[in-house]
Design a protein around this ligand. Structure first.
Ligand code: B12
Ligand code: SF4
Length: 447
């Protein structure tokens, strides 16, 4: 018996949910909305009524009339995703899990869902909906080939909660990465090949954005294919947008590319420098980076008026206790506008996870702790030293004298850059205060 017949021809109601990443939600505002779910919504046949709940900014309504629930999960949200799955299933509602974590650990996800979607949804989702309607849902749907990025539908941004995000204009133009850094989930999830959307289709999507002032490209590396990037940047010039994206250091090796990025409205690049140690870089397989080049890369990018948000990892296997001071002084000296300092997180499916697991160095597989807690034993220092050192680096980098020294000079977007710095400063101060209340170490703020 088909689903329409059993419901007397009524519309099918699908609820898509992004689980909260932290306690004390909903927040007044989150950074950005879940683009993956907006894409799943766009892939859904028109006879299905779709709603989208981002638990970071709204409460999940478990009583809402719903025929099918689709939940996305990263590792950090997996635990919460499973709780939501279990609640809906206890009410007899069928639940589908998708996204990077269920794709990596489908057997684990299967224990909480009626079906698991492994990989990108483009080719799978419409068939899954047909199976659901015919009451023939399979346990696992696996993407056979990486979907082409040709003629992708436009994500259903109309489903995002209004006024709930700092940035709503997030756009994806490419998928995959030719590199394979041991700590990164991207290659195993999206493949080694770098797939690009047709530039004309990206432009059409940009034209649908409500206010196009600031666009964030969520690609892992906007310049992974320089030919594509140049075509995109040239085409963006007349749109007069401002944009941000992640990029590799290679952008500074190609003057034309860098010039075009600046001309097309690039305001800031998020760059994974990761480490100042060539041995660490080799060990994690980040072949694209050359440490000696970093100062030139930074100066060149700055000379085009583009700000840099640096990503650094502290506590890699070649790091001893001097990594903290060395890294923060470098980031300060180079006047990075902002930066993040993480410890290695052994996400399932990564080479890092496999090697640490084999060596018995992973201390917990409670996914909710991945990111917020140190979940592995570092090689050349104790866990406590890494914890304290990482916290000290954040305090030092976001101390007022440090912010002043790094960003005082007249430059583009000065107000936004200060706002980002003060946001990070406030965020970490709050966290350290909470840690102190819980009896944990509280680092000393320089000011
Ligand atoms: C943009 C982005 C962000 C943004 C926005 C996040 C958001 N609200 O969605 C911000 C900056 C806020 C962010 C934060 C974080 N991120 Co992030 N982020 C990304 C990035 C670069 C792109 C994601 C994206 O939008 N892709 C485009 C959309 C269209 O694709 P998609 O989401 O994968 O969805 C497709 C499929 O996965 C599938 N799908 C997804 N969900 C579902 C659900 C169902 C039911 C179905 C059927 C299918 C399906 O269908 C979609 C279409 O094909 C990815 C890297 C990557 N390439 O995946 C990292 C990535 C997802 N982030 C990562 C991490 C670690 C984080 C943080 C924990 C970082 C931190 N230190 O705090 C936080 C967590 C916050 C959170 N949970 O929202 C890791 C996750 C690793 C893991 N195993 O969990 C990734 C993979 C980066 C990496 N290098 O490893 N992130
Ligand atoms: S860290 Fe960057 S370069 Fe390395 S695999 Fe991930 S996306 Fe690619």
């Amino acid at each position: 018996m088909s689903y329409e017949v059993s419901r007397g021809g009524v519309l099918l109601k699908l609820q898509l949910i992004a689980p909260a990443i932290q306690e004390n939600t909903p927040l007044k505002k989150a950074l950005c909305p879940p683009l993956g779910l907006a894409m799943v919504a766009a892939l859904t046949p028109p006879e299905v009524e779709v709603s989208l709940t981002d638990e970071n900014v709204t409460v999940v309504d478990f009583q809402k009339e719903t025929d099918l629930v689709g939940i996305t999960a990263q590792t950090i949200t997996a635990q919460r995703a499973y709780e939501i799955c279990d609640s809906f299933r206890a009410r007899g509602v069928k639940v589908i899990l998708g996204g990077i974590h269920p794709s990596t650990l489908p057997e684990e996800a299967s224990q909480h869902a009626d079906a698991v979607v492994i990989g990108e949804a483009e080719e799978i989702w419409p068939n899954l909906i047909e199976d659901f309607k015919a009451n023939k849902l399979q346990r696992v749907y696996r993407q056979r080939e990486r979907p082409s990025l040709l003629k992708l539908p436009i994500p259903r941004r109309d489903l995002f909660a209004k006024g709930a995000y700092y940035v709503t204009n997030i756009v994806s133009t490419t998928r995959g990465c030719p590199y394979s850094c041991s700590f990164c989930s991207v290659t195993s999830f999206l493949g080694h090949t770098y797939r690009c959307r047709p530039v004309e289709e990206v432009l059409k999507e940009i034209e649908t954005l409500n206010q196009r002032k600031l666009v964030v490209f969520v690609d892992d590396n906007i310049v992974g294919n320089p030919k594509f990037a140049k075509k995109l940047f040239r085409a963006l010039v007349p749109y007069k947008i401002k944009w941000l994206a992640q990029a590799s250091v290679t952008i500074a090796r190609d003057d034309e590319l860098l010039k075009l990025a600046a001309a097309s409205g690039c305001q800031a690049l998020l760059i994974g420098f990761e480490t100042l140690s060539p041995a660490n870089l080799a060990a994690v397989g980040k072949r694209v980076n050359v440490v000696d080049e970093y100062p030139t890369v930074i100066r060149k990018i700055h000379s085009h008026g583009i700000a840099i948000h640096g990503f650094f990892i502290l506590g890699l296997d070649g790091d001893n206790e001097d990594v903290f001071e060395r890294t923060v002084r470098f980031a300060q000296k180079m006047r990075l506008e902002s930066a993040q300092f993480a410890w290695p997180v052994p996400y399932p499916g990564t080479a890092l996870c496999e090697s640490l697991d084999k060596a018995g160095r992973i201390v917990t597989k409670d996914w909710s702790q991945y990111e917020s807690n140190l979940v592995f034993k570092p090689k050349l220092m104790s866990r406590e030293v890494l914890q304290k050192g990482r916290d000290w680096v954040w305090c030092e980098f976001y101390s007022l004298p440090s912010i002043w020294r790094r960003v005082r000079l007249p430059r583009r977007n000065l107000v936004s850059i200060w706002a980002v710095n003060l946001y990070y400063r406030a965020f970490w101060r709050r966290k350290f205060r909470a840690d102190k209340d819980n009896g944990k170490f509280e680092p000393h703020f320089v000011s």
